[in-house]
Every structure is written in C-alpha cells, then in structure tokens.
Design a protein around this ligand. Structure first.
Ligand code: ATP
Length: 326
C-alpha cells in the first residue's frame, strides 16, 4: 500500500454503540501494521475542536474488543454544527499533523464528516456505527446486532409474565426515525404487532386486532413500538387502545439498556472488518467515503450518499412478520 498519509486520526461520535471499541482497535492496529502513526481524538467533534488528541499504540487498545461503549468517549457537539466550530477542529488537526481521519459513528457523524471534507479537503473515511442501522451503503451498522439481541432478551422475559397474566404488553424500542431494531426484534421475538415509522400505523386496525385477540382468548400479546411511530410512544398508544377496547395493558420502555453491554460476535467481527477496511481505503487514496458491507461484499459509498439516501427496511421481513404473527 503506498500513501502519503503518515498520521491518521480516529474518533467515535454521536450515540455510542457496542462494537465501537473493536473498530477503534482495528483502526489503530491496522494503521500501525502499515507503518503509520495513529492518534485518538477524544469526545468526537467536540474533542477535535478542543484539541483532545493523543497518540495511540498497540497497548492503547488492549483488552477492549469485548467492551461496550467507547474508550475514546463520544459527544454531540453543537459547536461543530457551525462553520467556525469546524474551522477550529480543522486547525487542531493541522496542529497535530493529522492528514487523514477515520470517523466512527452514525448519520450525524457522516454529515459532519462530509462538511469537514467539503470545506477543508481533509481525507475522511467513515465507519458505520449506530444501533439504529439507518445508514445507506451498508446492510448492517456496528452495534445493531447487539441492540437487537438486548431487546430480544427483554422481550423473551416479558413474554413469560405476559403469558402468565394473559396480558398485552407494549414494548418500546429505540428508533426515532428508523424501525430496524423494532422489526428485527419483533420478528425474532414473535411479536403480535410491530409499529415502526416506515409503515403506516392505523389505530382502528390495531384495536380490531386487540378485540380479535380477546375473542380468541389469546394469552400473551406483545406489541413492539419504535419510539418514532406516528401513533405516539408506547404509553400513549396503550392508553388509546384501552380507551377504545377496555383492554388491560402494561408498558415497558427499554431505552438506553439497548445501547450498552458486550458486543455480540457479529458486531465485533463487523467492527474489526470495517476498521481495517477504513484504514486501507484511506491509504489507497479515498478521501470521502464510508466503508460498508452490502450482500457480503465490502463496499465504499460517497459520504454524502450515506445520509442523503434512505435505506429501506426489509419488506421481506415485514411480510414475514404479517404471515407469522397470528
Ligand atoms: P446516532 O445515530 O447513534 O445518534 P449520530 O452519528 O447520528 O449517531 P448525531 O448526534 O446525530 O449522532 O451526530 C453526531 C455529531 O455530528 C453531532 O453532535 C454534530 O456535532 C455532528 N453533526 C451532525 N449533523 C451535522 C451537520 N449537518 N453538519 C455538521 N456536523 C454535524
């Protein structure tokens, strides 16, 4: 691999996702393997602005492949949204001699990386990492599989109590704009109903189902609600159903439990592959792409496309859940 880049910066940004550490480890060790220097930028774009940048070595990333969260910390930076903030960030990168960046995060991180490249020309390669799985250009993002498994464990537990009491449970999962977690956890958990932002949720139809379940004396009934569903959050939807049908219900909001915990094998492997691929892309002269996996192939997608285009949910899974959820 020939490249003029000698000093690479790496950072994690936006919501933390299990597997970010495995990605940082892969970036650091691949860069060192290629004879490059690598610098960790703490607290995402905010730390970049404030110059929180330190050199990293093999031992800096020891014993982290199995840990959730991110050793580099993460932040949501208001300052970086403005051009002056990005100018400051660029100045501190220049002061540390950083010639290329690996940005690990979700769609907001990708928007920020696009702006930084387009305004200052610094080469950036993105690594898709968000539990929401809502980035175009990759079938899966780092953290999604772990979050789905965490949600699934909770669903299975709630199923036991729902079955014992013949009760309706509304389980709210993360996903303000995207229902990937809701759909995957719902199918895997055998949910009776899945309400996600990508599909039209209709209260009349939902209430008719609830009444039918009562007539059929169905025991446990699990309704998965993505937090961004247009009918409201789980508590609001539960109240609407109860007002129309008189059904007794309970609500469980899984919230931030879905973000933490040890990454699954799938997420650790994906993170290791993506971290390695990102450094390779940078050293091969890519300046403005995100690495991803589409149909089992590693691909590179222009950064702008990753957030301008919308990744569709798997219609196939949606149809499957409708067949299986009776
Ligand atoms: P997640 O999907 O897990 O929340 P994310 O990367 O989408 O992760 P955000 O908080 O949306 O998380 O974005 C991370 C940071 O990226 C923001 O705090 C902000 O500093 C920067 N950012 C987001 N959008 C833009 C933008 N349009 N221009 C410049 N910077 C941006």
């Amino acid at each position: 691999m020939t490249s003029e880049i000698v000093r690479i910066g790496v950072f994690t940004s936006g919501g933390d996702a299990p597997g970010m550490n495995a990605a940082v480890r892969a970036v650091v060790r691949t860069a060192l393997h290629e004879g490059k220097q690598v610098f960790g930028i703490r607290r995402g774009y905010q730390g970049m602005i404030e110059g929180e940048i330190d050199e990293m070595f093999h031992r800096s990333v020891s014993n982290i492949v199995q840990r959730g969260g991110t050793i580099l910390k993460t932040a949501r930076s208001q300052e970086f949204l403005k051009r002056e903030g990005r100018e400051k960030a660029h100045r501190s990168l220049t002061a540390h001699g950083i010639q290329g960046l690996v940005a690990i995060g979700g769609d907001g991180t990708s928007r920020g990386a696009t702006a930084l490249f387009e305004e200052f020309g610094i080469p950036i390669v993105g690594v898709p990492s968000t539990i929401d799985n809502d980035l175009y250009g990759t079938d899966f993002t780092i953290g999604f599989d772990t979050a789905v498994n965490t949600a699934l464990e909770a669903i299975d537990r709630i199923r036991d109590t729902a079955e014992s009491h013949d009760r309706i449970f509304l389980i709210e999962v993360m996903g303000r704009q995207a229902g990937f977690i809701g759909l995957a956890a719902g199918v895997a958990g055998g949910a009776e109903e899945i309400l996600i932002p990508e599909t039209k949720s209709d209260l009349d139809t939902l209430c008719k189902k609830v009444e039918q379940w009562s007539r059929e004396k169905k025991g446990s009934r699990i309704i998965i609600v993505s937090e961004g569903d247009e009918l409201g959050n789980a508590a609001e939807i539960g109240k609407k159903i109860a007002a129309r049908t008189g059904a007794d219900f309970r609500v469980c909001v899984l919230g931030h439990t879905q973000r933490g915990g040890c990454p699954t094998a799938k997420d650790r492997i994906l993170a290791s592959v993506f971290g390695n691929a990102a450094v390779q892309a940078l050293l091969e002269g890519e300046k403005n792409v995100m690495v991803g996996e589409v149909n089992n192939e590693i691909v590179r997608t222009p950064l702008r496309e990753t957030w301008e285009k919308k990744k569709p949910i798997a219609e196939r899974l949606m149809r499957l859940y409708r067949v299986l959820s009776r």
